[in-house]
Design a protein around this ligand. Structure first.
Ligand code: 0O2
Length: 222
């Protein structure tokens, strides 16, 4: 996945100032490290999916996507939180520069895959936010893990933070719509929309668990 960051373009825009060039180079190196970390996690999860599907005759994972936060979003979050605009501060304070989203078939698959990934001995769990056990007030559900994963570069090994979001297909459908609505301006009746979204989140949860029950019943017959 290419970063949205182009050093040549940036230097051209900012002028040939050595200090700016050095910072841009440092920033680009950081982005490259996060890209490698996201690739590491994505590969680990794909391997787990392969093995799981051999044992159970089904794939617990529907899709995996990774993304690197855009420089504009990094800048916005660092300013909003009042942090220094340095590479060190970005690495220290931001947990979601590298993000991997894993869409699972059923809620139990989320916990199974999350357990398997966190049991790997090169993964360090930094934080777990279980918005499935404890959904956000608006109805948002997902399991978020912040982990550190080592990446091996030519001359060094670095532990990099990656945010892994696990959701079912239904939870992802809900989150995409809610995300779109959140950034829409001039929405009429925002309270009504929020109430409807919350209601949909509850329906979706019930459907997720009913579908899981059906899967259990049918896998006994197989
Ligand atoms: P984007 O565009 O997806 O990157 P923190 O990182 O801990 O300082 P926060 O918000 O407390 O900030 O972390 P949290 O709750 O773990 O949320 C991080 C990400 O989860 C968000 O990233 C969203 O992707 C997703 N998320 C969290 N809450 C919601 C929600 O209510 N609705 C939707 N649709 N997504 C949510 P960003 O940076 O906000 O956005």
């Amino acid at each position: 996945m290419p970063t949205e960051y182009n050093i040549a373009e940036l230097v051209q825009k900012l002028g040939n100032n050595k200090e700016i060039f050095e910072s841009a180079k440092e920033f680009q190196d950081m982005m490259m490290r996060y890209e490698c970390a996201a690739m590491e996690i994505e590969t680990k999860i794909k391997i787990l999916n392969e093995e799981f599907s051999l044992r159970t005759q089904r794939n617990p994972i529907e899709s995996i996507k990774s993304r690197i936060k855009s420089p504009a979003s990094i800048y916005e979050k660092m300013s909003r939180k009042g942090y220094d605009m340095t590479i060190e501060a970005m690495e220290q304070h931001l947990s979601d520069i590298a993000g991997v989203r894993v869409i699972c078939s059923f809620p139990e698959d989320i916990y199974a895959v999350a357990r398997l990934i966190t049991e790997q001995d090169d993964i360090i769990i930094l934080e777990i936010k279980d918005y499935i056990a404890k959904p956000k007030e608006n109805g948002y559900r997902s399991l978020h893990l912040i982990v550190a994963v080592p990446i091996f570069l030519a001359n060094e090994k670095r532990n990099m933070k990656v945010e892994i979001q696990f959701r079912t297909i239904a939870m992802d459908f809900w989150a995409s719509l809610e995300h779109k609505v959140k950034y829409k301006k001039n929405v009429e009746n925002p309270e009504e929309i929020a109430r409807e979204l919350k209601e949909c989140a509850d329906i979706i949860t019930s459907v997720d668990y009913r579908m899981q029950e059906i899967e259990h019943k049918t896998s006994v017959i197989e």
